[in-house]
Design a protein around this ligand. Structure first.
Ligand code: PEP
Ligand code: MN
Length: 286
Protein backbone atom coordinates (compact mmCIF):
# COMPACT_ATOMS: atom_id res chain seq x y z
CA UNK A 1 0.00 0.00 0.00
CA UNK A 2 1.20 3.50 -0.78
CA UNK A 3 1.83 5.45 2.41
CA UNK A 4 -0.44 8.21 1.15
CA UNK A 5 -3.29 5.72 0.71
CA UNK A 6 -3.01 4.80 4.38
CA UNK A 7 -3.37 8.39 5.46
CA UNK A 8 -6.60 8.65 3.54
CA UNK A 9 -8.23 5.72 5.28
CA UNK A 10 -11.24 6.95 7.21
CA UNK A 11 -10.72 6.81 10.94
CA UNK A 12 -6.96 7.25 10.84
CA UNK A 13 -5.23 10.43 11.92
CA UNK A 14 -3.86 12.69 9.22
CA UNK A 15 -0.40 11.47 10.08
CA UNK A 16 0.19 7.85 9.22
CA UNK A 17 0.72 7.00 12.85
CA UNK A 18 -2.39 6.52 14.90
CA UNK A 19 -2.37 7.69 18.53
CA UNK A 20 -5.52 8.34 20.47
CA UNK A 21 -4.00 10.17 23.43
CA UNK A 22 -2.53 13.65 23.62
CA UNK A 23 1.00 13.48 24.99
CA UNK A 24 1.95 15.00 28.34
CA UNK A 25 5.44 16.30 27.51
CA UNK A 26 8.27 15.91 29.98
CA UNK A 27 10.63 18.83 30.51
CA UNK A 28 14.29 18.10 31.22
CA UNK A 29 16.06 21.42 31.63
CA UNK A 30 15.23 23.26 28.42
CA UNK A 31 14.46 20.10 26.49
CA UNK A 32 10.93 18.86 25.92
CA UNK A 33 10.39 15.13 25.37
CA UNK A 34 7.03 14.49 23.77
CA UNK A 35 6.69 17.98 22.31
CA UNK A 36 6.66 18.92 18.62
CA UNK A 37 10.37 18.15 18.26
CA UNK A 38 12.28 14.88 18.30
CA UNK A 39 14.98 14.41 20.94
CA UNK A 40 18.25 12.49 20.91
CA UNK A 41 19.74 11.40 24.23
CA UNK A 42 23.28 10.09 23.88
CA UNK A 43 26.40 9.27 25.83
CA UNK A 44 28.34 6.39 27.29
CA UNK A 45 26.79 3.35 28.91
CA UNK A 46 28.90 4.00 32.03
CA UNK A 47 30.63 7.20 33.07
CA UNK A 48 34.29 6.22 33.11
CA UNK A 49 35.96 9.50 34.13
CA UNK A 50 35.73 13.28 33.86
CA UNK A 51 37.67 13.65 30.60
CA UNK A 52 35.88 10.73 29.05
CA UNK A 53 32.48 12.18 29.89
CA UNK A 54 33.36 15.72 28.81
CA UNK A 55 34.79 14.64 25.45
CA UNK A 56 31.77 12.45 24.76
CA UNK A 57 29.29 15.10 25.87
CA UNK A 58 30.84 17.80 23.68
CA UNK A 59 30.81 15.51 20.70
CA UNK A 60 27.25 14.24 21.01
CA UNK A 61 26.00 17.78 21.59
CA UNK A 62 27.46 19.16 18.39
CA UNK A 63 26.19 16.08 16.52
CA UNK A 64 22.61 16.77 17.63
CA UNK A 65 22.02 15.19 21.04
CA UNK A 66 20.30 17.52 23.48
CA UNK A 67 20.48 15.32 26.59
CA UNK A 68 23.47 13.41 27.92
CA UNK A 69 23.21 9.82 29.13
CA UNK A 70 25.72 8.04 31.37
CA UNK A 71 25.54 5.54 34.21
CA UNK A 72 27.00 6.40 37.62
CA UNK A 73 25.79 3.17 39.22
CA UNK A 74 25.44 0.18 36.93
CA UNK A 75 23.19 -2.81 37.47
CA UNK A 76 25.12 -5.60 35.81
CA UNK A 77 24.03 -9.18 35.36
CA UNK A 78 27.33 -10.35 36.89
CA UNK A 79 28.51 -8.95 40.21
CA UNK A 80 32.06 -9.32 38.84
CA UNK A 81 31.42 -6.81 36.02
CA UNK A 82 32.15 -3.06 36.35
CA UNK A 83 29.51 -1.63 38.67
CA UNK A 84 30.02 2.06 37.80
CA UNK A 85 32.15 4.69 39.54
CA UNK A 86 29.35 5.41 42.01
CA UNK A 87 29.52 8.29 44.47
CA UNK A 88 33.08 9.22 43.47
CA UNK A 89 31.76 10.33 40.06
CA UNK A 90 29.19 12.74 41.46
CA UNK A 91 31.52 15.75 41.93
CA UNK A 92 33.06 15.70 38.50
CA UNK A 93 29.79 14.82 36.79
CA UNK A 94 28.24 18.04 38.09
CA UNK A 95 31.17 20.07 36.70
CA UNK A 96 30.99 18.34 33.32
CA UNK A 97 27.27 18.84 32.83
CA UNK A 98 27.61 22.51 33.76
CA UNK A 99 30.55 23.01 31.43
CA UNK A 100 28.89 21.35 28.47
CA UNK A 101 25.44 22.78 29.19
CA UNK A 102 23.51 19.52 28.96
CA UNK A 103 21.18 17.82 31.43
CA UNK A 104 22.15 14.32 32.52
CA UNK A 105 19.93 11.25 32.28
CA UNK A 106 21.33 8.70 34.71
CA UNK A 107 20.10 5.52 36.32
CA UNK A 108 19.08 5.38 39.95
CA UNK A 109 19.49 1.89 41.37
CA UNK A 110 18.55 2.54 45.00
CA UNK A 111 16.23 5.15 46.60
CA UNK A 112 19.08 6.17 48.95
CA UNK A 113 20.92 7.64 45.97
CA UNK A 114 18.37 10.44 45.56
CA UNK A 115 20.00 12.61 48.21
CA UNK A 116 23.46 12.02 46.73
CA UNK A 117 22.63 12.88 43.12
CA UNK A 118 19.46 14.95 43.10
CA UNK A 119 21.38 18.17 42.29
CA UNK A 120 23.32 16.52 39.47
CA UNK A 121 20.51 14.71 37.71
CA UNK A 122 18.31 16.17 34.99
CA UNK A 123 16.24 13.01 34.63
CA UNK A 124 16.25 9.82 36.67
CA UNK A 125 16.39 6.62 34.67
CA UNK A 126 14.81 3.51 36.14
CA UNK A 127 16.54 0.53 34.56
CA UNK A 128 14.87 -2.53 33.12
CA UNK A 129 15.90 -4.55 36.17
CA UNK A 130 14.13 -2.12 38.48
CA UNK A 131 10.87 -1.56 36.65
CA UNK A 132 9.12 -3.77 39.20
CA UNK A 133 10.83 -2.08 42.16
CA UNK A 134 7.73 -0.35 43.45
CA UNK A 135 9.53 1.08 46.50
CA UNK A 136 11.90 2.92 44.15
CA UNK A 137 9.04 4.06 41.90
CA UNK A 138 7.13 5.43 44.89
CA UNK A 139 10.19 7.38 46.05
CA UNK A 140 10.56 8.88 42.58
CA UNK A 141 6.89 9.80 42.73
CA UNK A 142 7.78 12.06 45.66
CA UNK A 143 10.50 13.91 43.72
CA UNK A 144 9.75 16.60 41.15
CA UNK A 145 12.41 15.39 38.75
CA UNK A 146 11.48 13.77 35.44
CA UNK A 147 11.75 10.01 35.27
CA UNK A 148 12.60 7.75 32.32
CA UNK A 149 11.02 4.38 33.05
CA UNK A 150 12.59 1.55 31.12
CA UNK A 151 10.44 -1.45 30.34
CA UNK A 152 11.56 -4.64 32.04
CA UNK A 153 12.66 -7.23 29.51
CA UNK A 154 9.97 -9.46 31.02
CA UNK A 155 7.14 -6.95 31.35
CA UNK A 156 3.95 -6.82 29.39
CA UNK A 157 3.02 -3.38 28.06
CA UNK A 158 0.24 -3.18 30.61
CA UNK A 159 2.63 -3.90 33.52
CA UNK A 160 5.00 -1.22 32.24
CA UNK A 161 2.20 1.35 32.11
CA UNK A 162 1.00 0.39 35.59
CA UNK A 163 4.57 0.75 36.89
CA UNK A 164 4.64 4.30 35.49
CA UNK A 165 1.45 5.02 37.40
CA UNK A 166 3.27 4.21 40.66
CA UNK A 167 5.32 7.34 39.96
CA UNK A 168 2.46 9.56 38.87
CA UNK A 169 0.35 8.43 41.85
CA UNK A 170 2.89 10.20 44.08
CA UNK A 171 2.25 13.48 42.29
CA UNK A 172 5.13 13.40 39.82
CA UNK A 173 3.58 13.50 36.36
CA UNK A 174 6.95 13.97 34.59
CA UNK A 175 7.32 10.40 33.35
CA UNK A 176 8.49 9.09 29.98
CA UNK A 177 8.42 5.42 29.01
CA UNK A 178 11.41 3.72 27.37
CA UNK A 179 11.23 0.57 25.25
CA UNK A 180 14.62 -1.20 25.43
CA UNK A 181 13.91 -4.69 24.13
CA UNK A 182 12.24 -7.72 25.63
CA UNK A 183 13.40 -11.28 26.10
CA UNK A 184 11.95 -13.71 23.57
CA UNK A 185 13.06 -17.09 22.23
CA UNK A 186 15.40 -15.24 19.84
CA UNK A 187 19.09 -15.37 20.69
CA UNK A 188 20.63 -13.82 17.56
CA UNK A 189 20.13 -10.35 19.04
CA UNK A 190 20.59 -9.27 22.66
CA UNK A 191 16.86 -8.67 23.15
CA UNK A 192 13.93 -8.22 20.77
CA UNK A 193 13.14 -4.58 19.98
CA UNK A 194 9.39 -4.23 20.42
CA UNK A 195 8.21 -1.46 18.15
CA UNK A 196 4.65 -2.64 18.74
CA UNK A 197 5.03 -1.43 22.30
CA UNK A 198 5.79 2.11 21.14
CA UNK A 199 2.55 2.25 19.20
CA UNK A 200 0.42 0.68 21.90
CA UNK A 201 1.93 2.77 24.71
CA UNK A 202 1.29 5.93 22.69
CA UNK A 203 -2.22 4.83 21.91
CA UNK A 204 -3.09 3.97 25.50
CA UNK A 205 -1.23 6.59 27.51
CA UNK A 206 -0.19 10.22 27.52
CA UNK A 207 3.41 9.38 28.41
CA UNK A 208 6.09 10.33 25.89
CA UNK A 209 7.82 7.23 24.55
CA UNK A 210 11.58 6.93 24.18
CA UNK A 211 13.35 4.00 22.52
CA UNK A 212 16.72 2.48 23.34
CA UNK A 213 17.79 0.37 20.36
CA UNK A 214 21.35 0.00 21.75
CA UNK A 215 20.28 -2.34 24.53
CA UNK A 216 17.52 -3.90 22.43
CA UNK A 217 19.55 -5.19 19.52
CA UNK A 218 22.96 -5.25 21.21
CA UNK A 219 24.88 -4.75 17.93
CA UNK A 220 26.06 -1.26 17.01
CA UNK A 221 25.65 -1.77 13.25
CA UNK A 222 21.89 -2.12 13.69
CA UNK A 223 21.31 0.79 16.05
CA UNK A 224 20.86 3.55 13.43
CA UNK A 225 18.22 1.71 11.39
CA UNK A 226 16.18 1.01 14.52
CA UNK A 227 16.40 4.68 15.52
CA UNK A 228 15.05 5.72 12.11
CA UNK A 229 12.26 3.16 12.32
CA UNK A 230 11.27 4.32 15.79
CA UNK A 231 11.17 7.95 14.70
CA UNK A 232 8.93 7.00 11.78
CA UNK A 233 6.68 5.04 14.14
CA UNK A 234 6.17 8.14 16.28
CA UNK A 235 8.61 7.64 19.16
CA UNK A 236 9.45 10.93 20.84
CA UNK A 237 13.15 10.34 21.49
CA UNK A 238 16.02 7.90 21.12
CA UNK A 239 18.51 6.90 23.80
CA UNK A 240 21.79 5.82 22.24
CA UNK A 241 25.10 4.64 23.67
CA UNK A 242 28.15 6.51 22.31
CA UNK A 243 31.80 6.19 23.37
CA UNK A 244 35.07 7.58 21.96
CA UNK A 245 36.45 4.05 21.73
CA UNK A 246 33.65 1.49 22.06
CA UNK A 247 36.02 -1.49 21.97
CA UNK A 248 37.61 -0.18 25.17
CA UNK A 249 34.33 0.70 26.91
CA UNK A 250 33.92 -0.66 30.43
CA UNK A 251 30.39 -1.79 29.62
CA UNK A 252 28.26 -2.55 26.55
CA UNK A 253 30.96 -1.77 23.95
CA UNK A 254 29.46 -4.12 21.36
CA UNK A 255 26.28 -2.06 21.09
CA UNK A 256 27.96 1.35 21.38
CA UNK A 257 28.49 3.73 18.45
CA UNK A 258 31.76 5.61 18.02
CA UNK A 259 31.73 9.35 17.33
CA UNK A 260 31.81 9.05 13.58
CA UNK A 261 29.00 6.50 13.53
CA UNK A 262 26.85 8.68 15.79
CA UNK A 263 27.47 11.77 13.69
CA UNK A 264 26.56 9.92 10.53
CA UNK A 265 23.42 8.54 12.12
CA UNK A 266 22.30 11.97 13.26
CA UNK A 267 22.84 13.45 9.81
CA UNK A 268 20.57 10.82 8.31
CA UNK A 269 18.13 11.14 11.18
CA UNK A 270 17.68 14.84 10.51
CA UNK A 271 16.81 14.11 6.89
CA UNK A 272 14.27 11.51 7.94
CA UNK A 273 12.80 13.87 10.55
CA UNK A 274 12.43 16.52 7.86
CA UNK A 275 10.27 14.13 5.84
CA UNK A 276 8.30 13.29 8.98
CA UNK A 277 7.74 16.98 9.67
CA UNK A 278 9.27 16.74 13.13
CA UNK A 279 12.48 18.72 13.63
CA UNK A 280 15.29 17.65 15.92
CA UNK A 281 15.79 19.57 19.16
CA UNK A 282 19.28 21.06 19.07
CA UNK A 283 21.03 22.92 21.86
CA UNK A 284 22.66 26.24 21.20
CA UNK A 285 26.31 25.54 20.41
CA UNK A 286 27.40 29.13 20.96
C1 PEP B 1 21.35 1.46 30.61
O1 PEP B 1 20.64 2.18 29.92
O2 PEP B 1 22.50 1.77 30.92
C2 PEP B 1 20.84 0.16 31.07
C3 PEP B 1 21.46 -0.53 32.01
O3 PEP B 1 19.74 -0.23 30.42
P1 PEP B 1 18.65 -1.33 30.83
O4 PEP B 1 18.22 -1.02 32.23
O5 PEP B 1 17.61 -1.12 29.81
O6 PEP B 1 19.32 -2.67 30.73
MN1 MN C 1 24.44 -0.04 28.62
Amino acid sequence: MEPSARTEQPGLEKSEVFFSKKVNPVRVGDVLIGGPEFVAIAGPCSIEGAEHLLTTAKFVKQAGASLLRGGIWKLRTSSHSFQGLGAEAVQFVQKVVQEVGMSLVTEITDPRQIEIIDDVVGMYQVGARNMFNYALLKELGQTRKPVLLKRSFAAQIDEWIKAAEYITAGGNNQVALCERGIRTFETATRYTFDLNAVLVAKQKTAFPVVVDPSHAVGMREHVPALCYAAAAAGADAVLVEVHPDPEAALSDGRQTLNFQQFEHMMQRMEKILEVLGRPLTRLDLG
